[in-house]
Design a protein around this ligand. Structure first.
Ligand code: SF4
Length: 65
């Protein structure tokens, strides 16, 4: 699976980070979330799907390979 972030939509709410802390990262230095693992393993699928669902502005999309 592949995570696509739309940086124009992301408001750095951090919901995705709470759902999948190994995949996303927020720092004060960047205005949008950092996708640390754009192609996470299947073991992280549940967390990643929850992160995509929890984004209030639909900035995250999951592409299925
Ligand atoms: S939940 Fe959405 S808006 Fe918030 S940091 Fe993640 S991608 Fe950005």
């Amino acid at each position: 699976m592949h995570i696509v972030l739309d940086p124009d939509l992301c408001q750095a709410y951090g919901n995705c980070l709470l759902a999948a802390p190994d995949v996303f990262e927020l720092t004060e230095a960047t205005p949008v979330v950092i996708v640390r693992q754009a192609n996470p393993g299947e073991d992280l699928r549940a967390e990643v799907e929850e992160a995509v669902r929890s984004c209030p502005v639909q900035a995250l999309t999951l592409e299925h390979a």
